[in-house]
Ligand binder design. Structure first.
Ligand SMILES: Nc1ncnc2c1ncn2[C@@H]1O[C@H](COP(=O)(O)OP(=O)(O)OP(=O)(O)O)[C@@H](O)[C@H]1O
Length: 481
């Protein structure tokens, strides 16, 4: 999988961006608040249909405009395809090769992305909800079917909670039926999370051992609170039975409180160092190394399991790591062969991830331009100049490739506009979940350098203590997977 071209229009503060990324590192440099994260977020949104950080789709649309559009041309299993997403009026619409996507599967087919942000580095010391989100993003990346499965669970949870709010007046027979549905959907979630953890935890532990600078071993565990020790072995049917029993045992309490107090939406990921809670005892640097270990493990795990390296998005992570761990990460990225996008306020922090084919860009006030001070070959693009019509939402920008001479100016030469199909406005509207995430598939390639590896994912009912309130995001209209 490789991203060949990216266009964004009116996405947050990015008016018009069009670039041809490096097959390896693409690095966006800029001061705070210029649009670097927005660029990564555009790419993340394209690849997952989920905002990286926005709570509402409307936040993604450039102020004063009606809609945003992001599109990308990918090389997937030897064939090129363009996917694009438009946001406007609280709705997102997905397109494949210019035509509206008929399913999420068609849209995502083969595209995988792993994002790594400073927020991730805080996940060990944060609350359970952040860790569940972190875990579920990794589950989605690994098991695309989890997209639908987690939505099924969220829906079942929402239904049960709605009934619980009726209090003692709630019909017991209905509750029985809802418990059954919830238990079955919950068991699926357990199975997915368990499978992911079984693959990921050993890799993450091994990676941490090489970067942790401590003899204390790390451990990453997921064990639903209400389930007995045999969680690791029992099959899905027994997991459903156990959850059903727990739901029955808590029904009276749940009726009093008006929400479901047991299930995957309240579980946590345990991270320990030397057998002790990392949240309570690990230093900040150790906590970050634990997350770095997990992230690298996720990348490696995807590579091993699916046969391809995901697209990596690193948002100013280097400034949050100490020099040694940053050097480890940059060395890993350079050796992995992955296609990676990095943002930074300080180019020197990420230079070790760069190579002769790195595309360096400056981001300033929402404009993305070639960074001419860096040497090497760049393939860049420019925003439309005076007299050139900006591509409309739904259109594409002018792709221009150039060679950046040593300290010199870019020689720009236009290329054929990236073709795209007819703009369709039809909407997809199956029961979209505001928290869906995309997923990867693969190709075969192999890279040296590994041992441990990792990444993040979608949310189950948002870990809301009441489990079903969603995130206030507009109902997405998108194809059902
Ligand atoms: N919908 C929007 N429309 C226009 N501008 C927006 C929108 N959403 C955010 N912005 C602007 O985008 C800018 C933030 O961009 P971004 O988060 O990408 O910064 P950054 O370059 O990553 O900065 P930092 O280094 O501080 O993380 C802010 O100036 C903010 O006002």
């Amino acid at each position: 999988m490789r991203l060949l071209a990216l266009q964004a229009q009116n996405f947050r503060n990015l008016h018009q961006v069009s670039l041809a990324p490096s097959p390896h590192a693409t690095i966006a440099v800029g001061q705070n608040g210029q649009g670097k994260t927005n660029l990564l977020e555009a790419l993340y949104f394209l690849a997952t249909l989920k905002p990286l950080r926005a709570g509402r789709l409307a936040e993604l649309v450039r102020w004063g405009t009606k809609g945003a559009r992001v599109s990308g041309r990918f090389l997937l299993k030897g064939a090129e395809r363009e996917i694009s997403v438009e946001v406007g009026g609280g709705v997102r619409q997905a397109f494949v090769d210019g035509k509206k996507a008929s399913s999420l599967e068609e849209y995502f087919g083969g595209v995988a992305v792993v994002a790594f942000t400073p927020d991730d580095l805080e996940v060990v010391k944060g609350g359970p909800e952040a860790r569940r989100t972190f875990l579920d993003r990794a589950v989605f990346n690994r098991f695309p079917a989890f997209l639908k499965e987690s939505r099924d669970y969220a829906r079942a949870l929402k239904n049960r909670n709605r009934l619980l709010r009726d209090g003692p007046a709630a019909e017991a027979a209905y509750l029985d039926a809802y418990d059954e549905t919830l238990a079955r959907a919950g068991a699926r979630v357990y199975v997915r999370r368990r499978a992911l953890m079984a693959e990921l935890a050993p890799r993450a532990q091994a990676t941490f051992a090489s970067i942790g600078r401590t003899v204390d071993p790390a451990a990453y565990g997921y064990h639903p609170a209400h389930l007995a020790q045999e969680f690791a072995e029992v099959d899905e049917v027994r997991l459903a039975d156990a959850l059903l029993e727990a739901l029955a045992g808590r029904r009276r309490r749940d009726l009093e409180r008006g929400f479901t107090s047991v299930g995957p939406h309240v579980d946590d990921v345990a991270v320990t160092l030397g057998g002790r809670s990392a949240r309570a005892y690990a230093s900040q640097g150790q906590q970050r190394a634990l997350v770095l270990g997990w992230k690298i493990a996720e990348i490696e795990n995807l590579h091993a399991a699916l046969g391809f390296l995901p697209l990596l998005l690193l948002d100013d992570v280097s400034s949050e790591l100490d020099p040694e761990r940053n050097a480890y990460l940059m060395g890993y990225l350079a050796a992995s062969g992955a296609q990676v996008f990095l943002t930074t306020t300080d180019a020197s922090l990420v230079r070790a991830a760069a190579a002769h084919d790195t595309l360096w860009m400056d981001v300033h006030a929402g404009q993305v331009a070639p960074r001419l001070l860096e040497t090497g070959t760049s393939e860049v693009v420019r925003a439309p100049g005076p007299g050139e019509a900006p591509a409309p939402v739904g259109g594409v920008g002018h792709l221009v490739r150039g060679h950046v001479a040593e300290g010199g100016e870019a020689e720009l030469r236009p290329e054929d506009p990236v073709s795209h199909g007819e703009e369709e406005r039809a909407e997809h509207r199956p029961p979209g979940d505001a928290h869906e995430e995309a997923h990867p598939r693969a190709e075969q390639e192999h890279h040296p350098h590994r041992e441990g590896h990792l990444a993040p994912a979608p949310e189950l009912a948002e870990g809301h203590p009441h489990g079903d309130e969603g995130d206030g995001q507009e109902e997405p209209r998108q194809p059902e997977r």
